[in-house]
Design a binder for this molecule. Structure first.
Ligand SMILES: C[S@@+](CC[C@H](N)C(=O)[O-])C[C@H]1O[C@@H](n2cnc3c(N)ncnc32)[C@H](O)[C@@H]1O
Length: 275
């Protein structure tokens, strides 16, 4: 089974984007991703040669990291410039023995795959930015094979969020648990309750949730990310490795406040299967 430790992810990130990322990340490779990439990779439960469809890759190097572990990756990304960036990054960094990387400009609400043909889907902090998430949930259920696994990370709330990044960034509430950054296009951001997760993602697949975890509670989110401290978000990646190693497990053990994000792996249940 392919795994990706946080240190290996960091080393990949340095080799893909240069040692300058230790001082300042050039994409979002910092605390959240250092927690997400190892968890998502482990729960994909994939072996070299398997194909992963990564939804909403942006300019993340995660798909490249996966190819360097021998996986083949298809990127589904709506923004053509980001797909070009991914193709260029691939040309610059590919090495013999890597899995294949196929970046496609496509919409996660209408994926260019036949029913039941995709065995592994990842979506790291991307689905919360897609307004028609019900369509994405149905598409994942449609394209996932009977033995397929979808792994995703999503913002979470157990009750209701009435603000996001209050006093730090200007996010306006546009619907229940949904925010948009004023003056910045494409910054749509939605928090999911358990009922939302069920309705949007689990019900269309009649899903069996095989793993669930969380991150970003009262310290990592409440005292760090969603505070003025967030200005340090992009600097000194090594501090984020330490936070991910030390504070994150402690929070998950002893802190029962709402996490900022949940991480989920699911497969299709009986009635979600293709006839
Ligand atoms: C926050 S970024 C993703 C971060 C990335 N997965 C990572 O690991 O750092 C969200 C991405 O989703 C993409 N996106 C938004 N709507 C989409 C859609 N309908 N289909 C595919 N991608 C979409 C955006 O263009 C953006 O690049």
């Amino acid at each position: 089974m392919v795994t990706l430790s946080s240190i290996r992810a960091l080393l990949f990130e340095i080799s893909l984007n240069g040692p300058r990322i230790l001082w300042r990340t050039v994409n979002d490779f910092s605390l959240w991703r250092i927690i997400e990439y190892p968890w998502v990779t482990r729960h994909l439960n994939a072996k070299p040669g398997d194909i992963i469809v990564d939804i909403g890759s942006g300019t993340s190097t995660y798909p490249h990291m996966l190819t360097k572990t021998g996986l083949d990756v298809i990127i589904i990304e709506l923004d053509a410039d980001r797909v070009r960036w991914q193709a260029q990054k691939r040309r610059e960094t590919a090495q013999p023995g890597d899995g294949r990387l196929i970046p496609i400009v496509a919409d996660a609400t209408k994926m260019p795959f036949r029913d039941g043909t995709i065995h592994r889907i990842s979506a790291v902090s991307s689905l919360e930015h897609i307004p028609d998430d019900h369509a994405v949930g149905r598409e994942i259920a449609r394209v996932l094979s009977d033995d397929g696994i979808a792994v995703m990370t999503l913002p979470y709330t157990s009750t209701e969020r009435t603000s996001f990044m209050k006093g730090i960034r200007n996010f306006a509430q546009v619907a229940k648990n949904t925010f948009d950054q004023v003056g910045k296009s494409g910054s749509f951001f939605r928090f999911y309750t358990d009922q939302d997760l069920k309705e949007v993602y689990f019900d269309p697949a009649d899903a069996i949730v095989t793993a669930r975890s969380a991150f970003g509670r009262s310290i990592l989110n409440g005292r760090y990310h969603e505070t003025p401290m967030t200005k340090y978000w992009r600097t000194l990646v090594i501090k984020d490795i330490l936070l991910a190693w030390i504070i994150h497990p402690l929070e998950e053990m002893f802190d029962s406040t709402d996490p900022m994000y949940v991480m989920l792996a699911y497969k299709k249940g009986k009635s979600g299967h293709q006839e």
